[in-house]
Design a protein around this ligand. Structure first.
Ligand code: ADP
Length: 499
């Protein structure tokens, strides 16, 4: 161990200087101590003594600085601290774990400076000890809070990225400062562009006023913000959204932030528009036969001729059939919407049904020859005979309705591979454009626009109902068509053994 020579006179002066501020020194709110270059503690105040839990005589000239610090501290002390002290004469704000008599520790900040004799030889070191237990606790709490806040933020972002809506937050003055992933994709913007994100650029110009006045209203009344606007998507098309936001107030009651969402309601709005249009068409379609029936009735009452009367009666019967068809379509549609379309399945001779339908339609539509190609042998399938009859009538009705210039339609039953029976209805009429073919089974869908005066009457529900019935039978209906040449509709049912 290195030994240091203390010049007696200097040591005396030094000890005297320590006595000057004795009281302040002893009871200061921080610890003071002095130690020799070899670490031997030669003086310490009462505050530090109290913190350490030693009696004065247990420590003075008996303990070294290294006895009072943790193991890590000793290494630091020996390798850097002492060298630094000798070099620059002081070392400040060094963080040490101070070891008490009972073995426990507390964190402290130590400032130290050297006392040297005129020749520059190190005599002793004076040090102050500040207990930073509270500061450490706050630091730890702060760190924990920061970590918690970060974890909360991550959780918020994780959840907002999961949900099928656009989620955003905005500053009190309405500047968007957070968007979830869905939003970045919808608006096709980079995350880095959030600071320049101007929401008005994405709202349909016709909806600007509506959005701004809803915003102003909720700012004034501190109410929730809610408005339906069209937002431009990545493809540059506008889609209807329900935009909602809740104001968030801080502890002082000041508006601090807006938390908001945009729900895509485009399909719902289109559906509502289609429904409105459908109600208009349905009312018109129902009114037309009723007006005709009234007219036939009046004409019947006015005529004396039995022949003319019979003619009007025949026309009334056809009109009533159409009316009945319309009303049952509406009822079926409502059953499907409520999930209440059910089947009464039984083993059925399908050729029987096909022959019956062909005869029925031949009477109703003398304009078209119904060519039926039905195998002679008995072919049974499991089906609801009434519903399959309805499907065939509907398909043949359409085939005739959409081939005004043709004079025939075909109804075919044929066995196909996989022990199935294929049911086909073919016409040679107006056909369906390729790009519209996949939509014809949608509800309300009609290839020829409603506003076209030359369109055939109908509700755009027939194929939707047929598709539902066929699907309920575990099968699928297909359509093939060529514009101006005609269409083919078909579906398969598994053949049942005849015994
Ligand atoms: P509706 O006949 O009452 O309009 P449907 O659901 O039966 O309704 O048919 C939907 C649309 O599909 C029709 O409006 C028509 O444009 C087209 N369509 C259906 N069957 C045929 C067909 N055989 N030939 C040409 N177009 C057809």
């Amino acid at each position: 161990m290195a030994s240091y020579k203390i010049v007696p006179l200097v040591k005396q002066e030094f000890l005297e200087s320590l006595v000057d501020v004795e009281d302040l020194y002893q009871n200061a709110p921080c610890g003071y101590f002095s130690f020799l270059p070899d670490g031997t503690v030669i003086k310490l105040n009462r505050t530090l003594l109290r913190w350490l839990g030693y009696a004065e005589e247990e420590i003075l000239n008996r303990k070294k600085f290294s006895d009072l610090i943790s193991k890590g501290g000793i290494i630091y002390y020996e390798m850097f601290y002492l060298a630094l002290l000798k070099m620059q004469g002081y070392v400040n704000e060094v963080n040490y774990e101070i070891r008490k008599k009972d073995g426990t520790t507390f964190p402290a900040l130590i400032n130290s400076s050297t006392l040297k004799d005129p020749s520059g030889e190190l005599l002793a070191i004076n040090a102050t000890v500040v207990d930073i237990t509270d500061r450490k606790k706050y630091e730890t709490e702060l760190l924990t809070s920061a970590r918690l806040a970060e974890a909360e933020k991550k959780r918020f972002e994780f959840v907002t990225d999961l949900i099928p809506q656009i989620i955003w937050t905005a500053t009190a003055d309405g500047r968007i400062d957070y968007l979830n992933l869905r939003a970045y994709k919808y608006f096709n913007i980079e995350k880095s562009a959030i600071s320049d994100f101007d929401v008005l650029q994405y709202i349909h110009p016709d909806d600007h006023r509506k959005a701004m006045s809803a915003w102003a209203k909720s700012l004034k009344s501190t109410a929730d913000f809610q408005v339906q606007v069209r937002l431009k998507n990545a493809a540059g098309e506008y889609e209807w959204h329900l935009v909602r936001a809740l104001p968030y107030y801080d502890d002082q009651g000041n508006l601090a932030k807006w938390y908001g969402s945009c729900t895509n309601i485009h399909q719902n709005i289109l559906e509502l528009q289609r429904k409105d249009e459908f109600i208009q068409i349905a009312s018109h379609e129902l009114k037309t036969p009723i007006t005709s029936l009234k007219a036939y009735n009046q004409l019947q009452m006015r005529t004396e001729s039995i022949e003319t009367m019979k003619g009007f009666a025949q026309k009334s019967a056809t009109t009533l059939n159409n009316l009945q068809f319309l009303i049952s379509s509406l009822l079926d549609f409502s059953k499907i919407s409520l999930g209440k379309l059910s089947l009464d399945v039984e083993k059925t001779l399908l050729s029987g049904i096909a022959n019956h339908v062909a005869e029925l339609l031949a009477v109703s539509y003398p304009s078209h020859k119904i060519i039926s190609e039905i195998p002679e042998e008995d072919t049974f399938v499991m089906c609801d005979p009434h519903r399959i009859t309805q499907v065939l009538i509907n398909l043949l009705n359409n085939a005739i309705k959409y081939s005004p210039k043709a004079d025939k339609v075909c109804l075919r039953l044929k066995k196909i591979a996989g022990n199935c029976l294929r049911i086909e209805v073919e016409d040679f009429g107006i056909g369906i454009p390729k790009e519209k073919l996949e939509r014809i089974f949608d509800k309300y869908y009609r290839v020829i626009e409603t506003k076209d005066n030359n369109r055939a009457s109908g509700l755009g529900l027939g194929l939707y109902i047929i598709q539902n019935i066929v699907t309920k039978h575990g099968s699928r209906i297909y359509a093939e068509s060529e514009l101006g040449k005609g269409s083919l509709f078909y579906f398969d049912l598994p053949i049942e053994p005849s015994n």
